[in-house]
Design a protein around this ligand. Sequence first.
Ligand SMILES: [Zn+2]
Length: 258
Amino acid sequence: MHPAIPHLIELQRIDHQIAVLRADLEAFPKRVMDADAKLTVARGELAAAKTTHTEGAAERKKLEFDVQQWKDRARKYRDQSGAVKTNESFKALQHEIATAEAEVAKAEDRQLEVMMAGEDLERRVKLAEGRLKEAEQAVAAERKVIHAQAAEKKKQLETVLAERERIIAPVPEDLRELYARIAKRHNGTAMAEARDGQCRGCGMRVLPHILQELRTETNEEVFRCESCGLIQYSLEPIPVANPAGGSPNTSSTAAANS
Ligand SMILES: [Zn+2]
C-alpha cells in the first residue's frame, strides 16, 4: 500500500463529513423561506380583510350621503308646496316628495344591512390581526432556532475544514490531484475498500495478487479498481493513520517511507 493511503482514507472520511455539513447548510435558507411563507399567507389574509372592511366603510359613507340628499330634496319640495298655484303642480310636487321619501327609506334599509355586515368585517380584521401576530411570534421563534442550528453547523464545518487541512498536509501533490479528480467524478468518493475479495465501491472482484499488493506495507503503488476506478485500500492487516490526529508527521507509514 502506498504510504499516503492511510491519509487518503482519513481524507475520505472527513470529506464525507464536509459534504453532509454543506448539504445541511444549503437547506437552511429554504427552511427560513418556508417559515416566512407562513407570514405571507397571514399578511395576505389581513390585507384582504382590511380591504373588504374599507369598502364597507366607503359604502356606508356614500349611503349616509344619499340619505341626506334625498331628505334635503323631500324638504325642499315640501317647502315649495306651500307656494304652488295650481293643483297640478301641487300633485307633481307630492309625487316628487313620495319618491324622495321612498329613496330615503331604501337607502336607510341598505345602510342597516351594511352596518351589520360591517361588524362582521371588523371581527374578521381583528381575527386576521391576531393570526398574523401569532404567526409572527411563531416564525420569529422558528427563525431563531434555524439560525442557531445554522451557526452550529457552520462552526462544525470550520472545524472539519481545519482538520482536512491537517490530514491532507502529508499527501503528495499528484495524489491530491488524483483523489480530487476521482472524487469529483464519483459524487465525492475516491476511495474503496477491498474487502472479502471485493471492491466495496462497485462489488467487482479484486484479483488476489492485487489484494496481496494492497496488504504489503512496502508497496508504494496506488491501485485503482479496474471496474469503477476508485483508489483501493485494504484495512487488513495494515493499520490506518492515527485518526485522533496529532501531527501528520507522526503517521507511522508516512514516516517510515519518507
Ligand atoms: Zn470498484
